[in-house]
Design a protein around this ligand. Structure first.
Ligand code: ADP
Length: 513
């Protein structure tokens, strides 16, 4: 092993695909790695004793005094050279000298020589075979235009770009396309014969210049890369949706060429559009199927307020038909007629708005107000059925984000069902509406002390058209479930340990006021 390489493992340096040599202060080779065999066709050992001139050529040797003086100062030296291969062909090479310093004195230098032709070949094969469409653009013209702008008194080229879209048009029209890889040519319908004199402007439809300008602005702002999506056009004029990517070299000053990547996003965008259309249709069709259920339940839902309208209307007539008409009682009855008619109208309105495309209504509403409305609305019906309603509110006022009419609809359904279940039983008929808060959200429970239901089918209760009532439609609970789930909650039923049923649903979005 050479004493000059004593702290290196030659097995490693032999595997490096570059020439590694060590020269002493007299420019004589003292070490050569295995790659000398590939480059010069000679055994590395036979290189020992040869001079820089013999190995790297006379042009390099001529500059050696200057290089040696820089190396003695501890500097590294990098330069390009043409170096002959064994077959006599000159290869462009990048050479780097690294000094070896012992006790402050240079004892020699390493020479690393990289074959640029190989690297160019590697770059070209990568560039050519990439799945990304690459463009090499000549940006010197743009550089000149920007310099001209600066000379004419415009100190802020970025502002100038924004203020003058016409400048950008002119700029893209004058950017020569130096090279396009196979993928870019395929994507933009460019043949080899089209390449001569091809300008970027051919691919940039009117109105898209600003997108290209955004790349330039990013570059001027000192960013190292930039990405945006746009629609360019093929040579035959057909639009192509692309993702544009540009990486800017991280050195000062303006680079002369810019490599732009283009990825075809048409397929992905078409998929995205199809998906969102499907989603919209799905959301609509699920609303429509809910609507189907609602349409069937309208009779059921609207029957309650309609019944109340009839009862109160008749009551009003009776108060008026008396020998001495009781106007106050008649007025009260008529007020109830109006309130019930408004409720029927709201149910119908809600049904109609559910059929429309668009987000369901979500508002912040006070739970206590909502419950007070429910109490008022069910009062008549549950009294008629001989039931009492006891409401246990939360200790603090709480707001929910919901569609209040729909939540009222759910509660009314549960309460009226409870009242109907106890219709034929003797003793006190109590319905409890209990509110509590939990980690799952707000819990609203409706409990009764009625006969309960067949536990083998507690989930089936929520199926559309499941009913055990002669006059039932089996719609109320299925609509309740649809509404609760649309609010992000869940609904379930179970038997009370002692007697009766518990129907319970959650509302995840609530805040304490
Ligand atoms: P409908 O009341 O029109 O029959 P629902 O969907 O409201 O339809 O209820 C479905 C069925 O669930 C009822 O027919 C009844 O058998 C049962 N059910 C609902 N609530 C109760 C309750 N509180 N106690 C016992 N059974 C109930």
């Amino acid at each position: 092993m050479s004493p000059y390489m004593d702290h290196h493992d030659p097995a490693i340096s032999d595997r490096v695909p570059a020439l590694i040599s060590f020269f002493d202060v007299n420019n004589i080779c003292r070490y050569a790695n295995g790659f000398h065999r590939n480059w010069y066709g000679r055994e590395p050992q036979s290189q020992i004793g040869r001079s820089v001139g013999e190995l790297l050529g006379q042009d390099v040797a001529a500059k050696q005094p200057e290089h040696i003086s820089r190396l003695s100062l501890g500097e590294q030296v990098t330069f390009l050279a043409e170096i002959l291969h064994a077959d006599g062909t000159p290869h462009s090479a990048s050479v780097r000298y690294v000094p070896q310093i012992h006790n402050g004195k240079m004892t020699g230098f390493y020479a690393f020589v990289f074959d640029m032709d190989d690297q160019q070949y590697m770059f070209e094969s990568m560039f050519g075979a990439s799945a990304i469409g690459y463009w090499e653009l000549d940006f010197r013209g743009v550089k000149k235009s920007l310099e001209a702008i600066a000379l004419s008194g415009w100190h802020d080229p970025i502002q100038h770009l924004y203020d003058n879209p016409a400048f950008m048009r002119q700029a893209v029209d004058n950017v020569p396309v130096l090279n396009m890889n196979q993928k870019a040519r395929q994507l933009f319908g460019v043949e080899e014969s089209d390449m001569k004199g091809l300008m970027l402007g051919r691919f940039v439809p009117a109105g898209t210049e600003t997108v290209v300008a955004a790349n330039l602005v990013a570059y001027l702002k000192g960013e190292t890369n930039f990405e945006n999506e746009t629609v360019l056009r093929r040579l035959d004029g057909e639009p192509v949706e692309v993702l544009l990517t540009a990486s800017f070299p991280k050195k000062d000053g303006f680079c002369n060429t810019l490599t732009l990547g283009t990825v075809d996003t048409s397929y992905r965008n078409a998929q995205d559009r199809r998906l969102s259309r499907l989603e919209a249709e799905l959301a609509h069709s699920s609303r429509v199927s809910t609507l189907g259920q609602l349409a069937a339940s309208i009779a059921h839902e609207v029957n309650q307020p309609l019944g109340a309208v009839m009862t109160n209307g008749n009551a009003a007539l009776r108060w008026l038909n008396r020998g001495a008409p009781d106007l106050d009682e008649a007025k009260e009855a008529l007020k109830r007629v109006i309130a019930e008619a408004e409720r029927a109208a709201q149910i119908i309105d809600r049904t109609r708005s559910m059929a429309r495309k668009g987000e369901p209504k979500r508002v912040e509403c006070h739970l206590d107000d909502l419950l007070a409305d429910v109490e008022k609305l069910v009062h008549r019906e549950i009294s008629r059925l001989g039931c009492e309603l006891l409401v246990e509110r939360l200790p603090v006022d709480t707001c929910i984000t919901a569609d209040p009419i729909q939540i009222q609809q759910v509660l009314i359904n549960l309460i009226v069902n409870a009242a109907q279940a106890m219709r034929d039983q003797s003793g006190r008929r109590i319905i409890r509406l209990i509110c509590s808060a939990s980690a799952r959200g707000l819990i609203l429970q409706v409990r009764d002390n009625g006969p309960g239901f067949d536990t083998a089918n507690s989930d089936g209760l929520f199926d559309p058209f499941y009913t055990t009532k002669g006059d039932g439609m089996g719609i109320g609970l299925s609509v309740a479930r649809t509404i609760v789930e649309a609010h992000g909650g869940s609904i379930s039923a179970r038997l009370d340990e002692t007697r009766g049923s518990i129907f319970e649903f959650t509302l995840p979005t609530y805040t304490r006021v």
